[in-house]
Ligand binder design. Structure first.
Ligand code: ATP
Ligand code: MG
Length: 917
């Protein structure tokens, strides 16, 4: 008999329970509604939690469904197993039947048995069941469930086992509905055991050797777990079951891995086709194939449920999973985007049961494409950096990658920590996880402090997505959304397509209000590739001769979802409304400043490569009106001479007044011609190549979507204003051009003029004058030092008169003037030289803080004296502590008032020491 297909198995589960009075309900979204405790739906019961808690009701008391679930966060996180075993996925379907205060254990057990053995014909001898027995003996043993297994089914009695809390007490999270459960396991036979070679190994249920697979969990919901650990019995008892659809299918289709079922094979075949592997090679690279197939499903379903790749929360998981798949693809040799193709297959296969995939098909594919494109630009550089990092760590004799560097890989090259961890483990390195989290937190704090736009506010994103789809459906916007052309005109006439506030459509609006305007085509540049967004104004187009009746000052342009550009700003007058004719104008001077800095960034990158070598790669960039910032890979700080050569070369290129020209080319062709791809750009099939210099011998050629000057001469001049290190092997240069450069130079000249004025010399004599002053100063300092020495010497001579013997030991304890502790120590040496034997304790107050030095000659140490003991005792009196050696010790403190008293106690302490020995 031909095995059932996946679709048939799913349907037969639903039908079986429908025939027994269950209502078939659709899967809830992967994004839990109204449940702040959960990132993703992680079990079938999530959507019924309110019923279990008695706060919600449904029009039915029996239900059946297949629920989309994700287990990559929180209490249930299976990410580490995915791909490495054959039974855990990030995304999977959980089949479930439900009773809300209706039937209980007896029927649940009987029906599960009937479905598995009669409907689906599984071998009765291969089925095992576990029931709850509390190893802590606090909760009741589930003898009921055991009894029903024995009375309602034909399971071999020795195949009903007890198990404890870990396996047989079910909780969705740390709080909420829960209860004992009964798990059903399937015996795949001795040959499925992966521990056959381990001496003494015994296959058993929950033994993790691959022989027994948990397929279905029948949960008997009877408690509510409170935060304080209290278990409160629920008024009604419920049935909640979860069967792993993919696992069941593998068993029903007679294969030894979920990935060999018809749910996964088409995905694996599709990837195989792209890679060109034969079946043996696929087997060899199985982990990569599995991860890609698994993650493609997860990403497709996540985006289908409105989770967009982002930097926090759900968005981060979506991004991380997609990127992880891409990295495994790279391991298989796939360097071109491939994930949309796999996602297409997912939609083809699953769309009939999950119509949201079909409805959002183009959105899902576009989103995947954009994210994959973006990541591919930085993946190689990121992996190279990771290699270099591992080499550095190894050289230092360590195997742990520092957390801040791991964070840098994510922050700069977009490598999620999960990928870094994968690669690190392959090479036997570990990650300083705590350090990573700290660096991540630190960045979040900074972002919050800077009031960053909450791109990851999921609800807002969903609203923007809705606005975009709506405008596209009504034909106001085309397939690609807002048409952007920031390259030609700086002003366009258009009309208002939408008037929003935080994604909400609004009508009532007046001067001073914040607004987000959408227009079908724009000449504004939206932040990308490091270049900041334009600012400007959007104004009503008036009838001839009249004043425009509204105006909005645009402060920023944002693209919360691909294709929807928002002109964000403040209404200055009137009320813009949908359909109004409008003129959008970019602030011209600011745009020119930005263009100068952007073209100069290209010149800078070229010059760095000339001067330092071709290993220089861009690691990040900011192009703003006032300055440019360029991060690049290079092992050392640049010397003054290297910096001068770079600056010189850039300025030469400016003076050469090279032509700057752009052209559209297919991406592949551009890369083949050796064009440099800048970080963080968004590219489609055809890319924009920016050339500086003559066509036959260009100074630079780079992929770039930014806006530039037409001739390099317009840049004016270029100056580096700072250099710093931002992580191992990454340097940062900040520079100015054009007006910024003029201001910078003017400011410096002014400074020179002012200083020269203060010194009363012409600027040309400044250096000589400063040198002269320096000499004078050195001479004066030397003189002061000599005078201080003389004074100290005199004080010393005076003190010699005050020496008091204690038990025959000469003791000096006095307060002196001294510029630092070294001077104090030197003075004790004088005493030692002069008196040869004794104890010398000197104290002083420097900048309001007391300090003490005690010196004890070795013969006195022999008699029991100890400098450390002395300064410790005295140190307490000046509010501090100290240490050193028995012959020489020092102490510092915070209480200067205690110094005199401390010194007066020195003799007493010495006496105690001598007596005590
Ligand atoms: P396991 O111990 O195998 O991880 P579990 O105890 O976490 O399973 P439950 O929470 O009881 O599983 O989930 C119900 C069913 O869902 C399981 O019986 C199993 O068949 C399936 N299942 C659980 N986790 C996964 C996963 N990551 N991928 C695929 N199926 C799973
Ligand atoms: Mg689990």
């Amino acid at each position: 008999m031909k095995p059932m297909t996946g679709a048939e198995v799913r349907q037969s589960f639903l039908d079986f329970f429908a025939e027994r009075g269950h209502t078939i309900v659709p899967s809830a979204s992967l994004v839990p509604t109204r449940d702040p405790t959960l990132l993703f739906t992680n079990a079938g019961m999530n959507q019924f939690k309110d019923v279990f808690l008695g706060v919600g009701t449904r029009p039915y008391t029996r239900a059946v469904d297949t629920q989309k679930v994700m287990r990559v966060s929180g209490k249930h996180n299976d990410l580490d197993d995915v791909g490495r075993d054959t039974t855990h996925h990030t995304f999977f379907e959980m089949l479930g039947n439900w009773s809300f205060g209706d039937y209980y254990k007896q029927e649940a057990i009987r029906w599960a048995w009937e479905l598995l053995t009669e409907e689906w014909g599984l071998d009765k001898d291969r089925i095992w069941a576990t029931v709850f027995k509390d190893e802590q003996a606090e909760l009741e043993t589930d003898e009921d469930a055991k009894g029903f297994w024995l009375s309602e089914t034909e399971i071999p009695p020795e195949q009903v086992l007890y198990a404890g809390r870990k396996f047989n007490f079910w909780q969705m999270a740390d709080t909420g509905p829960c209860g004992p459960c009964s798990e059903i396991h399937y015996d795949r036979g001795p040959s499925a055991c992966v521990c056959q070679d381990d001496p003494g190994h015994e296959c058993r249920v929950n033994g993790d050797c691959g022989r027994f697979t948990e397929i279905w969990n029948l949960v008997f919901i009877q408690y509510n777990q409170h935060e304080d650990g209290d278990l409160e019995p629920l008024p009604d008892k419920h049935i909640d079951t979860g069967a792993g659809f993919e696992r069941l299918l593998a068993i029903l289709q007679g294969v030894d891995s979920n990935y060999k079922t018809d749910l996964f094979m088409p995905l694996i075949r599709r990837v195989q086709g792209m890679v060109g592997h034969d079946d043996d090679q696929v087997e060899e690279h199985m982990v990569a194939y599995r991860v890609i197939a698994d993650h493609a499903r997860a990403v497709t379903f996540l985006i289908g449920d409105g989770v967009l790749p982002g930097s926090e929360g759900r968005g981060y998981v979506c991004r991380m999973i997609l990127r992880r798949a891409v990295r495994f693809g790279r391991e298989l040799g796939l360097s071109d985007p491939f994930m949309t193709e796999v996602a297409e297959t997912v939609i083809e296969m699953m769309g009939h049961h999950f119509p949201e995939l079909v409805n959002r098909r183009s959105f899902i594919l576009k989103t995947i494409k954009a994210e994959e494109d973006r990541f591919l630009r930085t993946l190689d550089v990121g992996l190279e950096r990771l290699d270099a990092l591992m080499a550095e760590v190894e050289e230092a004799g360590k195997r742990e990658l520092p957390g801040d560097q791991v964070f840098q890989l994510y922050d700069t090259f977009g490598l999620p920590v999960e990928i870094t961890r994968d690669v690190a483990e392959e090479y036997d390195f570990s990650i300083d996880e705590a350090g990573y989290r700290e660096a991540l937190e630190e960045q979040r704090r900074r972002a919050r402090a800077a009031g960053a736009f909450e791109m990851d506010d999921e609800e807002a994103l969903a609203r923007y997505q809705g606005v975009l789809l709506d405008l596209q459906e009504r034909g106001v916007l085309g397939d690609h959304g807002v048409e952007q052309d920031p390259y030609r005109a700086l002003s366009v006439e258009t009309q208002i397509a939408a008037v929003l506030q935080k994604g909400h459509q609004i009508r009532e609006l007046g001067p001073g209000d914040e607004v987000e305007l959408v227009i079908p085509d724009t000449c504004f540049y939206v932040e990308s590739g490091g270049q900041v967004s334009d600012t400007g104004v959007i104004t009503a187009v008036p009838k001839s001769g009249e004043e425009p009746d509204w105006q909005v000052r645009v402060r920023d342009v944002r693209e919360p979802v691909a294709g929807l550009l928002l002109h964000v700003g403040e209404v200055e007058k009137g009320t813009p409304a949908v359909g109004d004719r409008a003129r959008a104008s970019v602030h011209r001077g600011r745009r020119m400043d930005i263009a100068r800095n952007h073209t100069a960034t290209h010149l800078l990158q070229r010059a760095l490569r000339h001067v330092l070598g071709d290993h220089v790669q861009q690691a990040g960039s900011l192009v703003a009106p006032l300055r440019l910032r360029f991060d690049f890979t290079h092992p050392d700080m640049l010397t003054r001479e290297e910096l001068d050569r770079v600056t010189h070369e850039v300025n030469e290129a400016i003076l050469a007044n090279y032509e700057v020209a752009s052209s559209e080319q297919p991406y592949r062709q551009a890369v083949q011609q050796g064009v440099i791809a800048l970080f963080g750009e968004k590219y489609g099939e055809s890319v924009r190549v920016l050339r500086v210099g003559p066509g036959d011998r260009p100074f630079s050629r780079e992929l770039c979507g930014g806006t530039h000057v037409e001739e390099t001469g317009t840049i004016g001049s270029f100056h580096v204003i700072s250099q710093e290190s931002v992580g191992a092997g990454i340097r940062r240069i900040e520079a100015v051009t054009g007006r910024g450069a003029i201001d910078y130079v003017e400011e410096r000249l002014d400074l020179i003029r002012r200083v020269a004025g203060q010194l009363g010399v012409p600027p040309s004599d400044l250096a000589q004058r400063v040198e002269h002053l320096q000499e004078e100063l050195d001479g004066a300092e030397k003189e002061i030092h000599q005078l201080e020495q003389r004074l100290a010497r005199e004080a010393f001579e005076d003190l010699l008169g005050d020496v008091e013997p204690v038990d025959g030991v000469a003791v000096v304890a006095a307060r002196v003037e001294a510029p630092n502790v070294d001077a104090l120590r030197e003075m004790t040496d004088w005493f030692r030289d002069r008196l040869e034997s004794g104890v010398f304790v000197l104290g002083t107050v420097m900048d309001g803080r007391p300090a003490l030095v005690a010196s004890v000659t070795p013969d006195v140490v022999e008699r029991g004296a100890d400098a450390v003991g002395i300064v410790r005792a005295l140190g307490r009196m000046i509010g501090g502590g100290g240490g050193g050696r028995p012959t020489m010790a020092q102490a510092g403190g915070s209480n200067a008032d205690g110094l005199d008293e401390a010194l007066s106690k020195a003799a007493r302490i010495l006496q105690e020491q001598l007596e005590g020995s």
